[in-house]
Design a protein around this ligand. Sequence first.
Ligand code: UDP
Ligand code: MG
Length: 140
Amino acid sequence: MAIERTLSIIKPDATARNLTGKINAKFEDAGLRIVAQKRIQLTPAQAGKFYEVHASRPFYGELCEFMASAPVVVQVLEGEGAIAKNREVMGATNPADAAPGTIRAEFAQSVGENSVHGSDAPETAAVEIAYFFSGLELVG
Ligand code: UDP
Ligand code: MG
């Protein structure tokens, strides 16, 4: 399987509860390498642009507000099949459906405040990585 890069975000509910290290350990234990990482505070407009694919969904307003409510940690994860592997480590969107041991099963508070974001395909990973990081910030 090819080496891929994917965009991960540790969301405000998780940074607020000081869970960055515990979540990063899950990625590293699964063989994902954190090749770029920074803690930033999004504005609602920046969150809205990131999630614009969901603009027509009923939860969009709440989602943008939540993502701007506290700092997030944005990161690039690298590894074999990193996009699917990260989704596996994250668990299902709704923590009630997330498999035991996954980040969302252990840490998520609700379907909205679910601790992590992960890209869902190579095309979206490329766009999402470029939204937060320049080439110079990706050191492998
Ligand atoms: N979301 C929500 N309510 C829903 C579905 C999604 O608040 O019914 C939020 C949740 O934070 C989720 C994000 O919108 O992580 C993006 O939704 P998506 O379906 O892309 O889920 P993901 O790819 O994050 O698992
Ligand atoms: Mg998604």
